[in-house]
Design a protein around this ligand. Structure first.
Ligand SMILES: [Zn+2]
Length: 240
């Protein structure tokens, strides 16, 4: 699995590459701008980005490899979705992996690494106050990914990078209702890690992920979906 892509600059003037379009769609799905079951029309995307349908198809194939997009014969591409049960299984796996990462990182973390994570948490708080939920979602994800990157076991960090994007496909909850903003849970986890109290950090991380999982709500699945065209117009940078 490749590394989680970062957003590219939006001022690019050259014709977008397949990699750029892949990253744009990847981020839009992970930031919940494109919700599960949204149809990803090749023609619409090709027109929006000013590229051939072949390029779009290649990007969609890669996203399908990441299990973020499902390709259906004769129907086209859609943002994938999880069942509530699958979402719960992902959180169960995440809790286990997160605990192992925290146990190790609590014994190895340096003051510089703590400072970097604190800066990230401060940025999260700002995004929360600005009610910028796509940014908040991305930064919150980064907290867990940066923590995983401090771990010496590359398999554990790869697991996390594979698991977290999948949680975007559970649209059983709304980010704004998640317990991120009300309490500084990432800060609490980091405080325990910084003083080497691994078990308290693991307990705080478990409570954090339990809280997010508890916000899963099957009723939210009934929300109306915005179309790809609306999203392309409103949020995602176009090449034109
Ligand atoms: Zn978190």
């Amino acid at each position: 699995m490749s590394d989680v892509p970062h957003r590219s600059g939006s001022k690019v003037r050259a014709k977008p590459t397949e990699d750029f379009i892949y990253t744009e769609l990847y981020n839009a799905i992970c930031e919940r701008q494109l919700l599960p079951d949204t149809k990803l029309g090749e023609v619409l995307l090709a027109e929006h980005y000013g590229v051939s349908r072949t390029i779009i198809r290649q990007a969609l194939m890669r996203l399908s490899g990441d299990r973020l997009v499902k390709l259906e014969p004769n129907r086209g591409a859609f943002v994938a979705r999880l069942t509530l049960e699958e979402a719960r299984q992902i959180y169960a796996a995440w809790r286990l992996v997160e605990a192992e990462i925290i146990r190790e990182v609590s014994t190895t973390i340096t003051p510089e690494q703590v400072a970097r994570l604190r800066a990230l948490i401060a940025a999260e708080r700002q995004a929360c106050e600005a009610e910028d939920y796509p940014l908040l979602t991305r930064l919150s994800t980064q907290f867990h990914i940066q923590l995983a990157d401090l771990c010496s076991n590359p398999f554990l960090s790869r697991f996390i990078k594979e698991l977290i994007p999948q949680t975007s496909l559970a649209y059983f909850y709304e980010v704004r209702k998640m317990p991120l903003c009300t309490k500084d849970e990432h800060g609490e986890i980091l405080d325990f890690i910084a003083v080497g109290d691994a078990e308290a950090a693991v307990a705080a991380a478990k409570a954090h992920l339990d809280g997010i999982e508890a916000a899963l709500d099957a009723r939210a699945a009934l929300e109306p979906k915005a179309s790809l065209a609306d999203k392309l117009k409103s949020r995602m940078p176009s090449m034109s």
